[in-house]
Design a protein around this ligand. Structure first.
Ligand code: AHR
Length: 325
């Protein structure tokens, strides 16, 4: 049967390009109802690793054959992976675009091949709305708004009259970077107490979070009242720098993070982070259900946002349960 041949070829081909981080799942069903090609961005954060694990787990739960490729943070690897998925004639392609621009050509090829494409986690910038079927991912703008609203409440409760903010952003031109920044700025807009001293690209990486924080401390020192970091990984990188510079995060500086992974939640419980806006990586179930619908020719929602919440020092943090990522 053609599908069995494709899966056999797939295993060989995926192993052959192992340096690009490909994975062929040994537990993959021999003849799945649906073959899904998924290009993951990389392993830059606990969030990303949790997202990959969730997608693998849900593929197994739904009996979906998963071709998973890790792009190691490179857009060109994602484009190559999508081309391989087209060549293998998968039923559905899904991918998490590292940045928003530059996808029209490869997605036009998928469209020509008649393969539906699902955006997972992040969006793309295109004038051609028919290149993708839907987006399954967080409302990043709302996350930024929730972070900004927390800061306004915190400033009120502390009676602060002037607040200097530094922002460590995620990867430039990525959806979470642009939307979280926009939401945060909109939430504090018009509040005369707030000044953003500097916004710096931390690329969602722990090492960059540390580098950015060192630069910010060297430049602004004790002028800094608030650190708004676009993900937990960069926050965890920044905290030791703050302590080494002689400040206590959580009290000398208000620390706001996004994701809600276990490590950051533990630090929130210790009082060194003040607020963590949740961004759930658990998108696998919605992805499998949507891909199966597309395979069966059913209509799907254009945008699927998971429910998310805010964890902060405004609540009894001892009640926050295990996060699972
Ligand atoms: O796109 C989601 C973001 O990407 C998460 O906030 C971050 O941790 C990840 O790297």
């Amino acid at each position: 049967m053609l599908r069995k041949k494709i899966l056999a070829l797939l295993s060989i081909a995926m192993l052959a390009v192992g340096t690009a981080g490909c994975k062929s799942d040994a537990s993959e069903p021999a003849d799945p109802e649906l073959l899904l090609g998924f290009s993951q961005i990389g392993t830059e954060s606990a969030w990303r690793i949790g997202n990959t694990l969730d997608i693998e787990q849900q593929a197994e739960n739904y009996g979906v054959g998963l071709m998973l490729e890790n792009a190691n943070q490179k857009q060109e690897n994602q484009i190559d992976a999508i081309r391989r998925f087209i060549a293998y004639k998968v039923d559905v392609i899904a991918f998490s675009p590292i940045v928003e621009d530059g996808w029209d050509n490869v997605l036009s090829e998928a469209k020509e091949a008649g393969i539906p494409v699902i955006l997972v986690d992040r969006d793309i910038n295109t004038e051609k709305s028919d290149l993708t079927t839907c987006l399954i991912g967080a409302d990043f703008y709302k996350e930024g708004v929730m972070a900004g609203e927390y800061l306004v409440r915190k400033a009120d409760s502390l009676g602060l009259d002037h607040i200097n903010i530094v922002e460590i952003t995620g990867t430039e031109n990525s959806t979470p970077m642009m939307q979280r920044q926009a939401g945060f700025l909109d939430a504090i807009k018009g509040d005369e107490r707030m000044t953003v001293l500097e916004s710096i690209d931390g690329d969602f990486l722990k090492s960059r979070g540390a580098e950015c924080m060192r630069h910010l401390l060297d430049t602004y020192g004790d002028e800094i009242d608030v650190v708004f970091s676009h993900n937990d990984e960069m926050t965890i990188g920044a905290l030791p720098e703050i302590e080494e510079a002689g400040y206590t995060p959580g009290s000398d500086m208000i620390i706001i993070s996004i994701d809600g992974g276990q490590e950051a939640i533990n630090v929130l419980k210790d009082g060194k982070i003040n607020c963590v806006v949740e961004c759930t990586p658990k998108l696998g179930k919605a992805l499998m259900e949507t891909a199966l619908k597309l395979k069966n020719g059913e209509e799907v929602d254009r945008v699927i946002h998971p429910e998310e919440q805010v964890f902060s020092d405004e609540q009894d943090t001892s009640l926050i349960g295990p996060r699972g990522y």
